[in-house]
Design a protein around this ligand. Structure first.
Ligand code: ADP
Length: 424
């Protein structure tokens, strides 16, 4: 079309071990990448020569080449440059070390390495996970990806933790395929909102994965890669120690922060390898508004899909009486008002049955897998999410936006703090 002809076309010749970095900011522009010659990869996924890859607002991409390549970029980028210094050789060495451990595990039918990536915000933790998972799956492995980053996670929607069996490399523009993820609803975008709940869910997820590894030999020898959130101080640090224990972590990769590295070396038992890694100079810091925009985008994609793969969610009414809506966490009472032996913290993990009210509007709610046992609602993973798009107090109904048509797999719902404005 005419637009395409107007769009600027740039060609880049990269030498071995270099990467082309670019960002797309504009909401109206799209940027297209294609490989003209040589070999290249985006965060560990190989690019197919001649294929056109499309990137939209928010994309921050690095195209790396081990042997040199020629790339073509079409469209308006906000930042674009070739970097000569990258930590890719170090990341590739990490992969080689994990691969060695997988070989060893195979010999005795043992568990392959469980690797946890830690570090502050915006140091490239998710990206390193993606690279290591891609390299593993390209070797024929089937690793499990665990994402504990409740704010900017890559599995399901924000406010959750979860796990995914990785069976093929991430799609360059859409990430890993989300087939049958195991998801727990935390319900907040910030981990510090309820660390008692987060510990419980993490422990539950870890034990669930342990069971899965016992019956899936391929996944067992391939091991687990765990992404974490940038909360590394105080209670956040304690969560890292707890994760190490419950997931039986073998290797911790610490990105960027030497203080954290030294603390972990001091506090973690010797049989866990703690490795310090430099962050990539390409990692882009995200402002609060960019983060919140990314969260909205993920939720929108959960219901409506992407440009390439549209989804068509359903909207239907449910009677209040058909649903049981719970919130996790009762209003805190001072310790002096609590029954003997109970801690104020316990209130944070208490289930409260709600009467639907206007406060639910725009909120997401997790659809529990839990059938009856109310005590288990907290610890049970979820089937998915619905969004409250209307409340009718007279008719006593809620209108729900749902990926699946009526009936819901279950009528026990758990309220999330996260909201979504459905503008479709
Ligand atoms: P963290 O998980 O530590 O918060 P991310 O891995 O999400 O950090 O990286 C932050 C942003 O930087 C992401 O948008 C990612 O695509 C981008 N990014 C990571 N590595 C590079 C790189 N080498 N070049 C350009 N952008 C990068």
């Amino acid at each position: 079309s005419q637009d395409d002809q107007k769009a600027e076309i740039q060609e880049f010749k990269l030498e071995a071990d270099q990467e082309l970095r670019f960002e797309v900011e504009s909401k109206t522009e799209k940027v297209y990448l294609s490989l003209k010659a040589g070999l290249a990869e985006v965060f560990g996924t190989e690019i197919v020569k001649g294929k056109l890859y499309e990137f939209t607002a928010g994309a921050k991409i690095a195209v790396f080449t081990w042997h040199g390549c020629t790339l073509e970029i079409r469209g308006k980028t906000d930042v674009i440059y070739v970097a000569k210094e990258t930590p890719m050789v170090v990341y590739s060495n990490c992969h080689a070390a994990l691969e060695y451990m997988r070989h060893e595990a195979e010999k005795d039918n043992n568990k392959g390495p469980t690797t946890m990536i830690v570090g502050p915000c915006d140091v490239g933790k998710s990206t390193v996970c993606r690279i290591l998972l891609n390299y593993a799956v390209r070797e024929g492995r089937r690793p499990i990806y665990v994402d504990l980053d409740v704010g900017q996670g890559n599995i399901s929607i924000p406010g959750t933790i979860g796990a995914l069996l990785i069976e093929r490399p991430a799609s360059i523009d859409e990430g890993f395929a989300q087939e049958a993820p195991l998801v727990y609803n935390f319900g907040h975008k910030a981990p510090e909102k309820n660390s008692a709940l987060l510990s419980i869910l993490t422990t539950q997820l870890a034990s669930n994965i342990k069971d899965k590894l016992e019956v899936n030999k391929k996944a067992r020898t391939s091991g687990v890669i765990i992404n974490t959130c940038g909360w590394v101080k105080g209670e956040g640090y304690k969560q890292i120690l707890n994760n190490t224990k419950v997931f039986e972590v073998d290797v911790i990769l610490v990105l960027d922060q030497e203080r954290l590295y030294n603390e972990l070396v001091r506090d973690i038992p010797n049989f866990v390898k703690v490795v310090f890694l430099q962050k990539s100079g390409g990692v882009v810091e995200r402002s609060k508004s960019v983060r919140s925009e990314a969260r909205d985008q993920r939720i929108r994609e959960y219901f409506y899909g992407t440009v390439k793969n549209s989804l068509y969610p359903h909207s239907f009414d449910m009677k209040w009486s058909e649903l049981k809506i719970y919130r996790i966490g009762a209003p805190a009472l001072p310790d002096s008002c609590l029954p003997l032996g109970m801690k104020a913290k316990d209130h944070m993990t208490k289930l409260v049955l709600l009467t639907p009210n206007s406060g639910l509007l725009h909120h997401l709610m997790a659809v529990s897998f839990c059938e009856e046992e109310e005590e288990d609602i907290l610890k049970t993973h979820v089937a998915g999410f619905v969004c409250v798009t209307n409340i009718d107090s007279e008719r006593q109904t809620l209108t729900l936006l749902s990926p699946q048509p009526k009936p819901l797999p279950n009528t026990i719902l758990v309220l999330s703090d996260l909201q979504f404005m459905d503008s479709h």
